[in-house]
Design a protein around this ligand. Structure first.
Ligand code: NAD
Length: 337
C-alpha cells in the first residue's frame, strides 16, 4: 500500500459494538495496532483485560438513543453486539435472544444509516444454515448459498438470517456499504469459560483442567460426543474480519476452519495439550445439529486467504489461559475460606 493511503485509511473512526465481549475485545486491539481511532460500545467492560479502545461507552444497544450515541461521528461499524452463548444458552433462551438481538440489529443499522456511516460489517453465524443439511456427522461442508431454503435450528439462527437481509436491503435502498460474515465456532483466550454461556472448546478446557486438578481424570460430554464441528482461532477471526471489511465483497461469507472434528476428538486434543489421560462420561445435554463444517472455497477466492492457526496451536494457548484463570480462582477462594 502507498504510505499516503495507509494514513488515510487509519484516520478512520471505527465503532466496535460488543467490544466488551470475546471477539470484540480482540478486534479492538487488532484495529488499534493498525492505527485506527476506535470506540467500543457494550453493556459491560471487557472482563479479563483492559480495552485498547480510545473511547469505551457503556450503552444498551437495544435502545434507539444509545445506538445514535454509539454511531455518532463514526466512519465504519463492526457490529458484534449480541445476546448469545454456547449451545446450552442458545437452545434454552429463544424468546430472549430473538427479542434482544432483533432490537440491537434494527436500531444499530438504522442509527448508522442516519449518522452517515459509510461501511457496516455484521457478524452472522453458521447457525443460519438449515438443519436438514446437518443431520449426519460426516456432513458436506456448508457453502454460503446453502442458507436457503431457510430452516435454522434455533431462534438465534433466524435472527441472524433476518439481520443479514437487513444489511442487504440497507445497501440496496440506502447505499450503506455492508459486509456480512458467518463465523464457524471461534475460540481463544479472553473468552467466556464458565457460567453457562461458554462454548464447547472453553467448556472442555475448563472440565479437563478441573479433572487434572482434582485427580478424577474424568469429564462429562453432552450426548455421545460424535457430533462434529470446525473451530477457528481468534487471531484468524479478527484478521478475516478486517480483510472482509476492506474488501469489496458484499454477500455473506463463511469465516472458519474447514477441519471437522467430533467433540470427542476435540476433548482428546485438549487432554493431550493438558498431558492428561481422560475418561469421558456421556450425559444428556443439548448438542445442536449433528454435524457442521465450513466450505471455505469462497473465502479463499474472495480474500485470497484462509485461517492459518491449527486447532492444536490454538487450543494450547486457550487451555493454558483457562487453567491459569482457574488457578487464580482457586487461590482467591482459598484466601477467602
Ligand atoms: P460475546 O458474548 O463474548 O460478546 C457479545 C457482546 O455483546 C457481550 O460483551 C455483550 O455484553 C454485548 N451485548 C449484548 N447485549 C448488548 C446490548 N443490549 N447492548 C450492548 N452490548 C450488548 O460473543 P462473541 O463470541 O464475542 O460474539 C461476537 C459476535 O459474533 C456475536 O454477534 C455473535 O453472535 C457472533 N458469533 C460468534 C461466534 C463464536 O463462535 N464466538 C459464532 C457465530 C457468531
Amino acid at each position: 500500500m502507498i504510505p499516503e493511503l495507509r494514513v488515510l485509511e487509519n484516520s478512520k473512526r471505527v465503532l466496535v459494538t460488543g467490544a466488551g465481549g470475546f471477539i470484540g475485545h480482540h478486534l479492538v486491539s487488532y484495529l488499534k495496532e493498525r492505527g485506527y481511532w476506535v470506540r467500543g460500545a457494550d453493556l459491560k467492560y471487557p472482563e479479563f483485560a483492559p480495552t485498547a479502545a480510545d473511547e469505551f461507552l457503556i450503552l444498551d444497544l437495544r435502545r434507539w438513543e444509545d445506538c445514535l450515541t454509539a454511531t455518532a461521528d463514526i466512519d465504519e461499524v463492526y457490529a458484534l453486539a449480541a445476546d448469545m452463548g454456547g449451545m446450552g444458552f442458545i437452545s434454552s433462551h429463544h424468546a430472549q435472544i430473538l427479542h434482544n438481538n432483533s432490537l440491537i440489529n434494527l436500531h444499530t443499522i438504522e442509527a448508522a444509516h442516519q449518522n452517515g456511516v459509510s461501511r457496516y460489517l455484521y457478524t452472522s453465524s453458521a447457525c443460519v444454515y438449515p438443519e436438514y443439511l446437518q443431520t449426519t456427522t460426516d456432513v458436506v461442508p456448508l457453502k454460503e448459498e446453502d442458507a436457503y431454503p431457510a430452516e435454522p435450528q434455533d431462534a438465534y439462527g433466524w435472527e441472524k438470517l433476518i439481520a443479514e437481509r437487513l444489511c442487504t436491503h440497507y445497501r440496496e435502498d440506502y447505499g450503506l456499504e455492508t459486509r456480512i460474515v458467518r463465523f464457524h465456532n471461534i475460540f481463544g483466550p479472553l473468552g467466556t469459560w464458565d457460567g453457562g454461556r461458554e462454548k464447547a472448546p472453553a467448556a472442555l478446557c475448563r472440565k479437563i483442567a478441573a479433572a487434572k486438578r482434582d485427580g478424577s481424570h474424568e469429564i462429562e460430554i453432552w450426548g455421545d460426543g460424535e457430533q462434529t464441528r470446525s473451530f477457528c482461532y481468534i487471531s484468524d477471526c479478527v484478521t478475516g474480519l478486517y480483510k472482509l471489511m476492506r474488501s469489496d465483497y458484499r454477500e455473506p461469507l463463511n469465516l472458519g476452519q474447514d477441519r471437522m472434528v467430533s467433540i470427542n476428538e476435540l476433548a482428546d486434543i485438549i487432554a493431550n495439550v493438558a498431558d492428561l489421560q481422560i475418561g469421558k462420561r456421556h450425559v444428556t445435554g443439548p448438542q445442536g445439529v449433528r454435524g457442521r463444517n465450513s466450505d471455505n472455497s469462497r473465502l479463499r477466492q474472495v480474500l485470497e486467504w484462509e485461517p492459518e492457526v491449527s486447532l492444536e496451536q490454538g487450543l494450547a494457548v486457550t487451555y493454558a489461559w483457562i487453567e491459569d484463570k482457574m488457578s487464580q480462582q482457586y487461590a482467591t477462594e482459598a484466601r477467602a475460606a
